[in-house]
Structures are given as structure tokens and as C-alpha cells.
Design a protein around this ligand. Structure first.
Ligand SMILES: [Zn+2]
Length: 338
């Protein structure tokens, strides 16, 4: 099969690798219906996360089940399935509590920018759609496997809901879909922090009521101005930098909640400031699996269209151009036809 492999910063290549096979009786092998590039793939692509050896890329996936191991009972060949970037048994204590990304048997999934993928713990990890979906829904199901689920968790962790004012820091796919989630969860006012016109437009279409272009302290001051000087009830941090994290904490009122879902790179939170802030902080690798049944329903019934975050579609052979477009912020998110 063909798969995208990162060799060094900005050196991504399409290569022929062995087709995956069933290894454990709880595995499934799926044929991807499309692949995509995540904002978090840019950390290693830019060399910010070290690349020690050629690394197959990608952790988002949706597709048709080709084969299942003999212990798999719920998932069947021929089904269209969506899963998350950590395989989980969905039965242990963290899983039952809705934290499948901390499953005691969790296994990271990688290398899904490929034609086929092996998914461990198939019964606990994968969620099937009612039938094989029409082609136009595939981008939305692919979005559900990470960026929608992650944005949704960010909004839930931030306590977004009826009557709330929610700030979203970050205008990548996760931030934009956190706006969508905050809207669906009933939030009254949604402030998107973005200085890119096309992303601002999408944020507004997804439900943002206000846009703040300023960053850092100026951005915080603007949020305060919009919230009678007290700050927002909720903030979603969807970047992973020090500036974004502090912006989220400082834009939140005492007693408010910050949901942080950007993968932290060099983030250090000053203890004394956090102590004085009276802000609730919750986040981490999003337990996308918790939300998948609900998100799949919403997409299947065409109540949401998260696939709109894909603003560039390329054939798989042009994967390098896809990475470059996202790196240079010419694209919000790239879909690869496989
Ligand atoms: Zn578990």
C-alpha cells in the first residue's frame, strides 16, 4: 500500500509499505475512504518534535472494515467505521468514565495517512455508521475522528453551555470546530480569536458571534471589554503554545473553566497566577471515543457539516504539497484522496 512517511523536517514522502494484517484477535484492518493532515502533524513536520527515524504519519481515519480478528464481535467486515487516535477497550475504569484516551490498554494509532490501517481493540475503538455513507459525508466523518471530537471535548471541558460566553483561542480546525461545538451545546456568545479573514468567516458560519484579532494581553483586554470587564465563562485553548494557554486562562473569569486541547509545546503555567485566578483547568488528549456515537448521529442526520474545515483536497500523490499548504497556513485542513 501507499503511505506518507516523514524522514526529516519538511521531507515527507509517499512510499510503498507492507499492507497491515491482523496481529491480535481483537484487531480490525480497515481500508481508508480518505486520509487527512492534522495541525498536530506540523509539530514533527516543522522539526519542533524530533524525528528519530522515518515515521509513517497520520492518526485520523474513517473507512470500510476489510477484515476482523476472531475475537471481534461488534465490528463486521463491510461496515463503515470511525475511530480515534488511541485504541481503547472501552470497558476499563477510565473508559467507563469517558476518558478512553487514558484507557489502561490504550494503544496509539499512527500511520493512517495510508490506504489501509490496522486498528487494535476494534470493538472498543471503532463506531460504525448505520450504513455505508454517501461520499459527500466522508470528510465530516474523517473530521469526527480527531478535530471535531477534540474541539468538542475542548468545549465540554470549558463548560460551554446554555447562556455561556465562550472564548476560543486558535483558529485551526480544532478551534473552528470548538466554535461549532460551543454553538451546538447552547452557548450564547462565542468569541473566536483569529486574525485570518477566511478562518474568521468560517468561525462565524460555525456560530461565532464576535471576532477578536488581538493577541496576548491586548486580546485579553478585548475579551474583557466584550464581557463587562470580568472575562468569559469558558475558554477553549486549541493551539498548545505558552501565549495561547495564558491568553485562555487570563480571558476567563474567576470561577470559569478553561478546556485545553492544543498539544502543549513548552507551556509552563505560573503557579501563583493560576492559584489567584480561580479558574478551572481541564483538558488533555481528547477522549474522542466518548463523543463518537453522538457526533456520528449528528453527521449522519446532516445536522452538522464539520467536513467544511477541509478547504483543500489533493490526490494522495501530492501529500507533500498538502503539508506545505498547511505549514504556510494556505489551508486550514487538507483532505487526501487515497
Ligand atoms: Zn479502557
Amino acid at each position: 500500500m501507499r503511505a506518507a512517511v516523514l524522514h526529516a523536517p519538511r521531507d515527507i514522502r509517499l512510499e510503498v509499505r507492507d499492507d497491515p494484517a491482523i496481529v491480535e484477535p481483537t484487531d480490525a484492518v480497515i481500508r481508508l475512504s480518505a486520509a487527512c493532515i492534522c495541525g498536530s502533524d506540523l509539530w514533527p513536520y516543522r522539526g519542533i518534535s524530533a524525528i528519530r527515524k522515518p515515521t509513517p504519519m497520520g492518526h485520523e481515519y474513517a473507512g470500510i472494515v476489510e477484515e476482523v480478528g476472531e475475537a471481534v464481535t461488534a465490528i463486521k467486515p463491510g461496515q463503515f467505521v470511525v475511530g480515534s487516535f488511541f485504541a481503547s477497550d472501552n470497558t476499563c475504569a477510565p473508559c467507563r468514565d469517558g476518558y478512553q484516551t487514558s484507557c489502561v490498554n490504550r494503544q496509539g494509532l499512527g500511520g493512517t495517512q495510508s490506504e489501509y490501517a490496522r486498528v487494535p481493540l476494534a470493538d472498543g475503538t471503532l463506531v460504525a455508521t448505520p450504513e455505508v455513507p454517501p461520499a459527500d459525508l466522508i470528510p465530516s466523518f474523517l473530521a469526527a475522528s480527531d478535530v471535531l471530537g477534540t474541539g468538542w471535548f475542548g468545549a465540554v471541558a470549558a463548560g460551554a453551555g446554555a447562556g455561556k460566553t465562550v472564548v476560543v483561542v486558535g483558529d485551526g480546525a480544532v478551534g473552528l470546530l470548538a466554535v461549532m461545538a460551543a454553538r451546538l451545546l447552547g452557548s450564547e456568545r462565542i468569541i473566536a480569536m483569529s486574525r485570518h479573514e477566511t478562518r474568521q468567516r468560517l468561525a462565524r458560519e460555525f456560530g461565532a458571534t464576535d471576532i477578536v484579532e488581538e493577541r496576548g494581553d491586548d486580546g485579553v483586554a478585548m475579551v474583557e471589554e466584550l464581557t463587562d470587564g470580568i472575562g468569559a465563562d469558558s475558554a477553549v485553548e486549541a493551539v498548545g503554545t505558552q501565549e495561547a494557554m495564558m491568553q485562555a486562562i487570563r480571558a476567563t473569569r474567576p470561577g470559569g473553566h478553561v478546556g485545553f486541547v492544543g498539544v502543549p509545546h513548552g507551556v509552563e503555567i505560573p503557579g501563583a497566577e493560576l492559584f489567584s485566578s480561580h479558574v478551572h483547568l481541564h483538558g488533555g488528549p481528547a477522549p474522542v471515543r466518548r463523543f463518537l456515537p453522538q457526533l456520528i448521529d449528528l453527521i449522519w442526520n446532516r445536522e452538522i457539516d464539520p467536513g467544511r474545515v477541509f478547504d483543500l483536497t489533493l490526490p494522495f500523490a501530492q501529500v507533500a504539497e498538502g503539508y506545505a499548504a498547511m505549514d504556510e497556513r494556505r489551508a486550514v485542513k487538507v483532505l487526501l484522496t487515497v
